[in-house]
Ligand binder design. Structure first.
Ligand code: BTN
Length: 318
């Protein structure tokens, strides 16, 4: 946003209309719109417009301006006040033929969903609830690469914004102090040997306080605010995640998944541990050894066999 660039000084209406190619009346209307959603903007005949403070709301223009130019992810950003699930919105955009890279955020979701049919609690303005449309040239079995990349990218973004050092639990949970803080839901539309599109849905518990979690989740879920002891600017974290994801997506499309997998393994608490993986009715016990080239988990079972696991619910044994 042009106002952000001049955060310490003001910027006059004429300059803004030249820079943005908008009339002065249109600039005024934009400023009014921003004020309505909580931006504090001073307007003076001498200094012009001056940004005093930004609210903790997500605004597409603001996110786009913070993000700057990316290769694919975040070229188009849309923010909804409320949706059922951002994955549903993106599914519809995919069917309408929208280009890959579009990101849909919602300030709250009424039917946020997690893996294995679970409910994902998404209270208003407390977290980042968003989905990304991708159309990679991958085989269906390679799409776990994207989940792995997403976890690595979110790890880096959380670390750089909060200084915290989360742990990754295969395939797609991010935990702090053993409690879940991020979940990733990858939904796939594919033919036998070709991916049509992928929806990467990411939920980050950012500013929830303990009592804002449903009672049954308090022992197993946490937020960045609880863990860092201070509220986090969601827009800053959101753009950092998108920037990191854009970088990783380019790496995957260029066939550089192995380097990403190494980084992921560094932060992963599942590797090297004795685990049980639940896959529907089936249970598999063994030692998590590493990821293979597609992002699947290689598990050495009690009988010494190496099993390739592409999905399921992992419990790490203490
Ligand atoms: C999980 O850990 O079970 C995955 C949780 C994924 C939650 C996100 S929030 C944004 C997107 N929309 C949804 O309905 N789910 C994902």
């Amino acid at each position: 946003m042009a106002l952000r660039a001049a955060e310490n000084g003001g910027v006059c209406g004429a300059e803004l209309s030249k820079r943005l190619g908008l009339t002065r009346a249109a600039i005024w209307a934009r400023v009014e719109e921003l004020r309505k959603v909580g931006y504090e903007i001073e307007a003076s005949p001498v200094l012009g417009y001056k940004l005093i403070s930004t609210p903790d709301v997500l605004h597409a223009d603001d996110l786009l301006a913070r993000l700057g130019k990316t290769k694919v992810i975040g070229r188009d950003i849309r923010v909804f006040e409320q949706t059922t699930s951002t994955n549903d919105v993106v599914e519809k955009l995919a069917r309408d033929g929208v280009k890959e890279g579009v990101v849909v955020f919602a300030e709250s979701q009424t039917k946020g969903r997690g893996r294995l049919g679970r409910v994902w609690t998404s209270p208003t303005r407390k977290g980042l609830w968003f989905s990304i449309l991708l159309r990679p040239n991958l085989r269906p079995q390679e799409t776990t690469q994207l989940t792995v990349a997403a976890a690595a990218a979110v790890w880096r973004a959380i670390h750089s914004v909060t200084g915290l050092k989360p742990e990754i639990k295969w395939p797609n949970d991010i935990l702090i102090s053993g409690k879940k803080v991020v979940g990733i839901l990858t939904e796939l539309s594919a033919e036998v040997d070709r991916v049509k599109h992928i929806i990467l849905g990411i939920g980050v518990d950012v500013n929830l306080t303990a009592t804002e979690f449903p009672a049954e989740l308090r022992k197993i879920a946490t937020s960045l605010r609880i863990e860092s002891g201070k509220p986090i600017q969601r827009a800053e974290l959101a753009t950092e995640i998108l920037r990191e994801l854009d970088r990783d997506y380019a790496r995957i499309c260029a066939g550089k998944f192995p380097a990403l997998a190494d980084e992921w393994e560094e932060h992963c608490t599942t590797i090297g541990k004795q685990v049980t993986v639940g896959m529907g009715e089936r249970r598999l016990r063994g030692r998590a050894e590493s990821l293979d080239e597609d992002g699947a988990l290689l598990l050495r079972t009690e009988h010494g066999r190496l099993e390739r696991v592409i999905g399921g619910d992992v419990t790490v044994e203490k």
